[in-house]
Design a protein around this ligand. Structure first.
Ligand code: S3P
Length: 164
Protein backbone atom coordinates (compact mmCIF):
# COMPACT_ATOMS: atom_id res chain seq x y z
CA UNK A 1 0.00 0.00 0.00
CA UNK A 2 1.49 3.33 -0.93
CA UNK A 3 -1.19 6.00 -0.78
CA UNK A 4 -3.74 6.53 1.96
CA UNK A 5 -6.57 8.85 0.97
CA UNK A 6 -8.48 10.52 3.79
CA UNK A 7 -12.06 11.22 2.77
CA UNK A 8 -14.63 13.23 4.65
CA UNK A 9 -16.77 16.31 4.90
CA UNK A 10 -15.34 19.78 5.41
CA UNK A 11 -14.00 20.27 8.91
CA UNK A 12 -13.92 16.57 9.74
CA UNK A 13 -10.20 16.61 10.57
CA UNK A 14 -8.64 15.20 7.40
CA UNK A 15 -5.68 17.59 7.49
CA UNK A 16 -4.84 17.41 11.17
CA UNK A 17 -5.25 13.63 11.33
CA UNK A 18 -3.47 13.20 7.99
CA UNK A 19 -0.42 15.14 9.19
CA UNK A 20 -0.11 13.01 12.32
CA UNK A 21 -0.75 9.78 10.44
CA UNK A 22 1.93 10.61 7.88
CA UNK A 23 4.45 11.41 10.62
CA UNK A 24 3.60 8.15 12.38
CA UNK A 25 3.98 6.06 9.22
CA UNK A 26 6.98 8.08 8.03
CA UNK A 27 5.03 8.91 4.89
CA UNK A 28 4.85 12.15 2.99
CA UNK A 29 1.76 14.26 3.73
CA UNK A 30 -0.14 16.07 0.98
CA UNK A 31 -3.17 18.28 1.38
CA UNK A 32 -5.05 18.44 -1.91
CA UNK A 33 -6.60 21.87 -1.28
CA UNK A 34 -3.15 23.19 -0.54
CA UNK A 35 -1.82 21.89 -3.85
CA UNK A 36 -4.74 23.47 -5.68
CA UNK A 37 -4.21 26.88 -4.13
CA UNK A 38 -0.49 26.70 -4.91
CA UNK A 39 -1.19 25.72 -8.52
CA UNK A 40 -3.80 28.46 -8.95
CA UNK A 41 -1.80 30.92 -6.87
CA UNK A 42 -4.95 32.08 -5.13
CA UNK A 43 -7.46 31.00 -2.49
CA UNK A 44 -10.24 28.45 -2.89
CA UNK A 45 -12.78 31.23 -2.28
CA UNK A 46 -11.27 33.20 -5.16
CA UNK A 47 -11.28 30.20 -7.49
CA UNK A 48 -14.98 29.60 -6.77
CA UNK A 49 -15.85 33.31 -7.04
CA UNK A 50 -13.93 34.02 -10.25
CA UNK A 51 -14.21 30.80 -12.20
CA UNK A 52 -16.95 28.78 -10.49
CA UNK A 53 -17.09 25.39 -8.84
CA UNK A 54 -16.75 23.44 -12.11
CA UNK A 55 -13.34 25.00 -12.70
CA UNK A 56 -12.32 24.18 -9.15
CA UNK A 57 -13.34 20.55 -9.73
CA UNK A 58 -11.18 20.42 -12.87
CA UNK A 59 -8.18 21.72 -10.96
CA UNK A 60 -8.91 19.27 -8.16
CA UNK A 61 -8.96 16.36 -10.60
CA UNK A 62 -5.76 17.53 -12.28
CA UNK A 63 -3.91 17.75 -8.96
CA UNK A 64 -5.24 14.37 -7.88
CA UNK A 65 -3.81 12.87 -11.08
CA UNK A 66 -0.42 14.26 -10.06
CA UNK A 67 -0.68 12.93 -6.54
CA UNK A 68 -1.29 9.35 -7.58
CA UNK A 69 2.22 9.21 -9.00
CA UNK A 70 3.50 9.47 -5.41
CA UNK A 71 4.40 6.63 -3.10
CA UNK A 72 4.20 6.32 0.65
CA UNK A 73 1.91 9.28 0.95
CA UNK A 74 -1.05 10.27 3.10
CA UNK A 75 -3.45 12.53 1.19
CA UNK A 76 -6.06 14.75 2.79
CA UNK A 77 -8.67 15.11 0.05
CA UNK A 78 -11.11 17.99 -0.16
CA UNK A 79 -14.63 17.26 1.09
CA UNK A 80 -15.96 16.99 -2.47
CA UNK A 81 -13.07 15.15 -4.13
CA UNK A 82 -14.38 11.65 -3.52
CA UNK A 83 -17.83 12.66 -4.77
CA UNK A 84 -16.64 12.87 -8.37
CA UNK A 85 -16.76 9.45 -9.99
CA UNK A 86 -13.58 9.95 -12.02
CA UNK A 87 -11.73 10.83 -8.80
CA UNK A 88 -13.09 7.74 -7.06
CA UNK A 89 -11.74 5.61 -9.90
CA UNK A 90 -8.27 7.11 -9.54
CA UNK A 91 -8.36 6.71 -5.76
CA UNK A 92 -9.51 3.10 -5.98
CA UNK A 93 -6.69 2.07 -8.27
CA UNK A 94 -3.99 4.01 -6.40
CA UNK A 95 -4.41 3.23 -2.75
CA UNK A 96 -6.85 2.89 0.09
CA UNK A 97 -9.57 5.29 1.08
CA UNK A 98 -10.68 5.98 4.64
CA UNK A 99 -13.77 7.98 5.48
CA UNK A 100 -13.39 10.07 8.60
CA UNK A 101 -16.99 10.31 9.74
CA UNK A 102 -17.84 13.17 12.04
CA UNK A 103 -21.11 14.42 13.45
CA UNK A 104 -22.42 17.51 11.73
CA UNK A 105 -22.90 19.39 15.00
CA UNK A 106 -19.18 19.10 15.72
CA UNK A 107 -18.28 20.16 12.19
CA UNK A 108 -20.61 23.15 12.36
CA UNK A 109 -19.19 24.33 15.65
CA UNK A 110 -15.65 24.00 14.28
CA UNK A 111 -16.51 25.92 11.12
CA UNK A 112 -18.75 28.53 12.74
CA UNK A 113 -16.24 31.34 12.17
CA UNK A 114 -14.57 29.88 9.11
CA UNK A 115 -14.85 31.90 5.92
CA UNK A 116 -12.32 29.96 3.86
CA UNK A 117 -14.80 27.41 2.51
CA UNK A 118 -17.15 28.70 -0.18
CA UNK A 119 -19.67 25.88 0.35
CA UNK A 120 -19.98 26.59 4.07
CA UNK A 121 -22.88 29.01 3.68
CA UNK A 122 -25.26 28.09 6.47
CA UNK A 123 -26.05 25.07 8.66
CA UNK A 124 -29.09 24.04 6.59
CA UNK A 125 -27.10 23.90 3.37
CA UNK A 126 -24.26 22.09 5.07
CA UNK A 127 -26.71 19.48 6.35
CA UNK A 128 -28.24 19.02 2.89
CA UNK A 129 -24.82 18.72 1.28
CA UNK A 130 -23.59 16.22 3.85
CA UNK A 131 -26.75 14.12 3.52
CA UNK A 132 -26.40 14.03 -0.26
CA UNK A 133 -22.82 12.82 0.06
CA UNK A 134 -23.19 10.13 2.73
CA UNK A 135 -24.06 7.37 0.28
CA UNK A 136 -20.91 8.11 -1.70
CA UNK A 137 -18.59 8.43 1.30
CA UNK A 138 -19.82 4.95 2.26
CA UNK A 139 -18.08 3.53 -0.81
CA UNK A 140 -14.66 4.05 0.81
CA UNK A 141 -12.56 1.04 1.78
CA UNK A 142 -12.69 1.86 5.51
CA UNK A 143 -14.74 4.12 7.76
CA UNK A 144 -14.07 5.39 11.24
CA UNK A 145 -16.16 7.67 13.40
CA UNK A 146 -13.74 10.24 14.68
CA UNK A 147 -16.33 12.49 16.32
CA UNK A 148 -15.17 11.70 19.84
CA UNK A 149 -11.58 10.74 19.16
CA UNK A 150 -8.42 12.70 19.78
CA UNK A 151 -6.10 13.03 16.81
CA UNK A 152 -3.76 10.48 18.40
CA UNK A 153 -6.58 7.97 18.92
CA UNK A 154 -7.79 8.44 15.36
CA UNK A 155 -4.27 7.73 14.09
CA UNK A 156 -4.09 4.63 16.27
CA UNK A 157 -7.41 3.35 14.91
CA UNK A 158 -6.39 3.99 11.32
CA UNK A 159 -3.13 2.17 11.88
CA UNK A 160 -5.05 -0.83 13.25
CA UNK A 161 -7.43 -0.74 10.29
CA UNK A 162 -4.74 -0.69 7.65
CA UNK A 163 -2.52 -3.28 9.25
CA UNK A 164 -5.31 -5.75 10.13
C1 S3P B 1 -15.08 21.33 -0.50
C2 S3P B 1 -14.28 21.13 0.59
C3 S3P B 1 -13.06 21.92 0.81
C4 S3P B 1 -12.52 22.46 -0.51
C5 S3P B 1 -13.59 23.19 -1.24
C6 S3P B 1 -14.78 22.30 -1.57
C7 S3P B 1 -16.30 20.48 -0.65
O1 S3P B 1 -12.07 21.09 1.41
O2 S3P B 1 -12.00 21.43 -1.30
O3 S3P B 1 -13.98 24.29 -0.46
O4 S3P B 1 -16.83 20.38 -1.77
O5 S3P B 1 -16.71 19.87 0.37
P1 S3P B 1 -12.08 20.67 2.98
O6 S3P B 1 -12.91 19.43 3.07
O7 S3P B 1 -10.65 20.41 3.28
O8 S3P B 1 -12.65 21.81 3.73
Amino acid sequence: MTIIFLVGFMGSGKTSIGCELAAYLEYQFVDLDNLITKEANTTINEIFAQYGEAHFRQLEHKMLKNIIKCQNTVVALGGGTYIEQKNRKLIKKSGISIWLQCELAVILSRLANDSSRPLNRNPQQMQKLLESRLIIYQQTDFQIDITNLTIQDAVKQIKELITA
